[in-house]
Design a protein around this ligand. Sequence first.
Ligand code: AMP
Length: 182
Amino acid sequence: MKLILIGIQGAGKSTQGNLLSEKYGVPYLSSGHIFREITRKKTKLGRWLKETLNAGALVPDDTTLEIVFEYLQKPEYRHGYILDGFPRTLAQAEEFDKREKINKVILIDVSDKEAVWRISGRVSDRQDETLQAIRQRIELFHQLTKPVVDHYQGLGMLARINGEQEVNKVFKDILAACNGKT
Ligand code: AMP
């Protein structure tokens, strides 16, 4: 099973990603997590990524594609994965489509207001979780990731899930969409 999860920060992608990973027995992979790991390294790339992430800006497409593709080549992802946070721009989606055959793209839909409310109420050790960076990420989602949603909708691959429901109901709706029941 190869799934893509799309949604603004706070939509519940990592919660659902982990549940789906367990259900389908494939690893959960978050591009944000990959980047945060690199920022901990005291390398030039690590320092540069740290600045980019803390500003809430997107990592440029070429760097993102290189790093994510390198990860996906690892043997543990051969039989599938639940991918969160990638692709985030149309250019990334088009490159990705050339290489991978995805089963379904899941949009977990929550309003900006609900997402900000959820994020501000949770404890986080993430340095890039300032209100300014969160707002910037939401803004970039509308600007750059909405076209990715439209792209997969046009290809008939998108399932739009109401993320403002109880965790288990969101999960059930995603499974139903994966089984072709919606
Ligand atoms: P996330 O954990 O998905 O909120 O991602 C945290 C940060 O990582 C984002 O604000 C971006 O700076 C970077 N990032 C994650 N995924 C991507 C992507 N697909 N394209 C560009 N930047 C990304």
